[in-house]
Every structure is written in C-alpha cells, then in structure tokens.
Design a protein around this ligand. Structure first.
Ligand SMILES: [Zn+2]
Ligand SMILES: [Zn+2]
Length: 340
C-alpha cells in the first residue's frame, strides 16, 4: 500500500500551520507571543522590586497544572482535528468568499450602473480594501459569536470552546466542526460582501494585502496579542484603548464563569463592534479573580464523546423539546348539521 499521499498531506498541513508566517499558529507568531509574555512578566516583577529569574518566569509562563490538565489535552485533540480532519470532511459545506464578492459586485453594477476604474494609485485602494475586509472580518466574527451565545441550538456547539477550564493558545482550536462551518460561511458572506463593495467602488478587481492567505492586519494582531487572549496573563487595555482593542484580559473575561461577564466581549481583535452593540466589558487594570469553563463538573467535559458527539445529541434534544412545546393544532370544527 502506498502511504505517501497521506504522509505528504500530514506534513503539508503541519508546515502550513506552523511555518507559513501568516498562519493562525505560526511558530514565528508563537515566539512573538512568548517574548511579549516574558517581557510583561519581567516588567511586573521589576516593578514589584522582585528579582528576575528565568526559571521562575518560565514556571509562571508554563505552569505544570495547566500544561498537563485534561482541558489542555482536549485542546490538543481539537487542534489535531481542525488541522488535519476538518477540511477533508467539511470542505464541501463552505461558501467561497470570491463567489460572494463577484455576486455582490455584479448586483451593485446591475442596480447602480458600472463605475470607471479609479485613478488612485494601487497602494491607496489596496490599503482601503485591506482595512474594509479586516473590519468585515471582525463584524462577521462578532455576529457569528453573538448568535452562538444567544441561540440555544448554536450554543450547544459553541459551549465546547467555553468548556475549557484553563486557557492556552491551543484553546483557540477547541471549536466544534458545526461551529466552524457556520463561522466560516458567515465570514465568507461578510468578507465577500466587503470585497465586492470595494471592487464596485474602485471600478476594478481589488486585492487586499495578504500574508500566507491571511489579511495582513489580522496577522499583525495574531503576532501582537491573539495568542495571549487564551492564557491567564492579565494584560488589560483600559480607557479608550479598551474600547477599541480586545486585550487578552477582555477575552479572559469572555471565558469567565461569573454571570456578570456572560455574553460580553464577543469580538476577535477589536473591541469596537462590542462597544457599538453594547456587549463590551472593559477589564480593570488590576487582575480580576476569574474561573473558566461551563458546568465544570459535567462528565466527559474533555473527552471526544463529550466534546464532539454530545453537542449533536444535545442540539437535537433541544430542537425536539422546542417542537413538543408548540401548541397543538385544535381540531377543525365539525361542519354545521343541516336542519331537517
Ligand atoms: Zn464565546
Ligand atoms: Zn476563547
């Protein structure tokens, strides 16, 4: 039997994930996150007048109880699933944003007539489209996340992400395939619409600035603090900064089991949409005591059965109970008897 296609797929996916500089989990961006975390902890110790010792810092960055926890193992399982299996099984269910973009540009041309190609230099309209697509990504992320928290059927699938009881950069991958499908389709709609609108406004096919197929502004935030959102390092943006950007502390609040924090901070890199839609919770400068997870005593909380299959069963049960609760249709009134 020839295993080479499988082996090359395995290494191809691994190198796409870790070596492509614009990937969500590139080694380069992880190194960047590590350096920022290291500098942050050193500065905190320095301010408290404590000695800066590398071993103590490394222990603080990688506490054994977090690295070896069941929750982290489940994150690893989901990382494997989402890197190697998701595309193979669910690729067919995903909309292409290029198709959406073409349709939107065509619909706008049909409605308002064609536009002459812009006289702006390429860097100007490419910068504009890069910002538009990034804002559309953030809005699509917020909308999908809001629906996932507010619609009980969708919450069953998103709950998988929230059942993590410790946060590490791999928790980013702890997302159920159904959540992922809906997320990627909503993203295709929002990003496609923004790109199509840009093509129409500028009168030509525009191309955002990309790094390894990812919007360059998004990649910038991945390097800056996206990995640190899933850690217990309390790096918080307060004041106006906290109204614009989703600091690591913002996202830790999102994972908190304190009811005051439920359904808050639904954005990805920006806090802007949360601020506009009233779901923003700006964290304090000093660390708040947080516990992560949902129903932490739930059996199978970190197993394949509990995290991959149970959400399907729970979602179906939920739908059934919804239909069962609908009022029964009353029987048709009997036709009036004709009097003899
Ligand atoms: Zn959430
Ligand atoms: Zn999260």
């Amino acid at each position: 039997m020839d295993f080479s296609p499988g082996v090359s797929y395995f290494f191809g996916q691994l190198s796409k994930a870790f070596l492509a500089p614009g990937s969500h989990i590139s080694l380069l961006s992880l190194a960047g996150a590590f350096l920022i975390a290291f500098a942050f902890l050193s500065l905190r110790r320095y301010r408290k007048g404590r000695r800066i010792r590398v071993r103590a810092l490394l222990r603080a960055l990688f506490p054994r109880h977090i690295v070896t926890s069941k929750s982290s193992m489940a994150d690893l399982g989901y990382f494997y699933f989402n890197i190697f299996v998701f595309g193979l099984v669910f690729g067919w269910a995903l909309l292409s944003y290029e198709v959406v973009s073409h349709s939107v540009a065509e619909a706008l041309t049909a409605a308002f007539g064609p536009r002459a190609p812009t006289a702006l230099p390429a860097y100007a309209y490419r910068t504009a489209i890069t910002i538009m697509v990034f804002l559309a990504y953030e809005l699509g992320y917020w909308v999908n996340h809001y629906l996932s928290h507010r619609i009980p059927f969708l919450w069953e699938f998103h709950k998988v992400h929230h059942s993590a009881t410790v946060l590490t950069p791999l928790t980013n991958f702890r997302v159920h395939p159904i959540y992922m499908c809906i997320f990627l389709n909503i993203l295709a709609l929002f990003i496609g619409a923004a790109n199509g609108l840009g093509d129409y406004i500028f009168g030509l096919a525009t191309h955002q600035y990309l790094l390894s197929e990812n919007n360059i502004i998004l990649v910038f935030f991945i390097y800056l603090y996206v990995h640190l959102q899933h850690t217990q390092l309390w790096i918080s943006f307060t004041g106006w900064l906290g109204h614009l950007f989703m600091s690591p502390a913002h996202h830790q609040i999102h994972h908190s089991r304190n009811p005051a924090h439920f359904n808050k901070n639904l954005g990805s890199c920006l806090a802007l949409w949360d601020w506009m839609f009233g779901t923003l919770y700006v964290p304090a400068a000093e660390p708040e005591k947080l516990e992560f997870g949902v129903e932490p005593d739930r059996p199978n909380a970190h197993t394949i059965r509990g995290e991959l299959f149970a959400p399907f069963a729970n979602a179906v049960l939920l739908l059934r109970s919804l239909f069962d609760r609908r009022p029964q249709a009353s029987p048709l009134p009997a036709p009036e008897q004709k009097r003899a």
